[in-house]
Design a protein around this ligand. Structure first.
Ligand code: FMN
Length: 343
């Protein structure tokens, strides 16, 4: 409600400035209430207990500034990052565009982040606090050994993370998505799992929505073989469905409502390819409880969102979780886990 009143003022700002303002506002806001752990939406994924299936997708809190404030708004988990070993400025501005008429976003941020050292220092101060914290890791654009970057990040961040996500699917770092290719991916994941060490947090893999069927089968096989915790499906798309906004022609990754159909389809493809042998995290164009529920019924054990928060504000977490409780009862399911893949 409050956000709806503020939105015209927020949208009058350049999108990146609005985003900084949102982070500051969250930092200053009262702590809020974490979602209750043993409520009706409680679920277990990759050995982790979550109060509900809804999380904040990577990219909103790149530098791990406000994970607890987001958990306090009712999200069941928060994925911070992507974080790279060294600080990185990212691409030239403007690089973030609101496609308001389409309820979408295009970004070509390019892994701008303050680097591992600062994020580590911040996250160390919150160690021991409740809440599921995913740390999404990436490689520096100029690195001459990207696999070593991911391994280093896994080693450094493992003690601070409830789970780690290996992001090889950003369209804004040239060549990064080639790490999804079969040969490269197996080597990368072996290095990450080795660096994370025995007894470390589960490792998730985040994939692009622009994959061919053969890629999907290969990725599914490798992920299951390596015992990954989950596949995060998916990142932003380089495809351009019909769009109305004047920013439609901007280069970068598209997210929000125009990604919804494609993200749902690729989730179904991964469900088919994995047969439920590995949990899936559904991301892309989720804006309502119905969207989240459809993704769960299609095979997602967890769901995440980012773009919809730009249009609806952080109150979206409580709206969606309340709606999910209603939909679960309506369709006769006793738990989220029971509904996963039931379509
Ligand atoms: C501005 C922006 C920055 C993003 N940065 C990252 C990132 O650093 N790492 C990552 O894995 N995904 C990143 N994403 C992708 C989101 O995590 C998510 O996969 C995608 O936006 C689809 O979800 P949505 O439609 O709910 O936004 C970013 C998305 C946006 C809009």
């Amino acid at each position: 409600m409050l956000y709806r009143l503020l939105r015209p003022a927020v949208f009058a700002l350049e999108p990146e400035r609005a985003h900084r303002l949102a982070i500051h506002a969250l930092r200053l806001a009262p702590a809020g209430q974490h979602a209750v752990q043993d409520g009706p939406l409680g679920t277990r994924v990759a050995g982790l207990a979550l109060p509900n299936p809804l999380g904040v997708a990577a990219g909103f809190d790149k530098d791990a500034e406000v994970p607890d404030a987001l958990l306090g708004r009712g999200f069941g988990h928060v994925e911070v990052g992507s974080i790279t070993p060294l600080p990185q400025a990212g691409n030239l501005r403007p690089r973030l565009f609101r496609l308001a008429e389409d309820r979408g976003v295009i970004n070509r941020m390019g892994f701008n982040n303050a680097g591992a050292e600062l994020a580590h220092a911040r996250l160390r101060t919150r160690m021991g606090r409740p809440g599921v914290l995913g740390i999404n890791i990436g490689a520096n654009k100029d690195s001459d050994d990207r696999v070593a970057d991911y391994a280093l990040m896994a080693e450094v961040m493992a003690p601070l993370a409830t789970y780690l996500t290996v992001n090889v699917s950003s369209p804004n770092t040239p060549g990064l998505r080639a790490l999804q290719d079969e040969g490269a991916l197996a080597g990368l994941l072996d290095a990450v799992l080795d660096a994370r060490g025995e007894g470390g947090p589960p490792v998730f893999l985040k994939v692009a929505p622009d994959l061919e069927p053969a890629d999907i089968d290969a990725i599914a096989r490798i992920a299951i073989d390596r015992g990954l915790g989950a596949l995060v499906v998916a990142n932003t798309t380089i495809a351009r469905p019909p769009l109305r906004s004047r920013h439609a022609g901007e280069a970068g990754g598209l997210s929000g409502a125009p990604l919804k159909t494609k993200a749902l389809q690729i989730l179904r493809d991964f469900r088919r390819a994995t047969g439920g042998a590995i949990p899936l995290v559904g991301v892309g164009g989720i804006a309502t409880a119905e969207d989240a529920w459809q993704r769960i019924r299609a095979g997602a054990s967890l769901v995440q969102l980012y773009s919809a928060m730009i249009y609806a504000g952080p109150g979206i977490a409580r709206d969606i979780t309340r709606g999910l409780e209603r939909l679960m009862v309506r369709d006769g399911f006793a738990s989220i886990a029971e509904a996963v893949g039931s379509e």
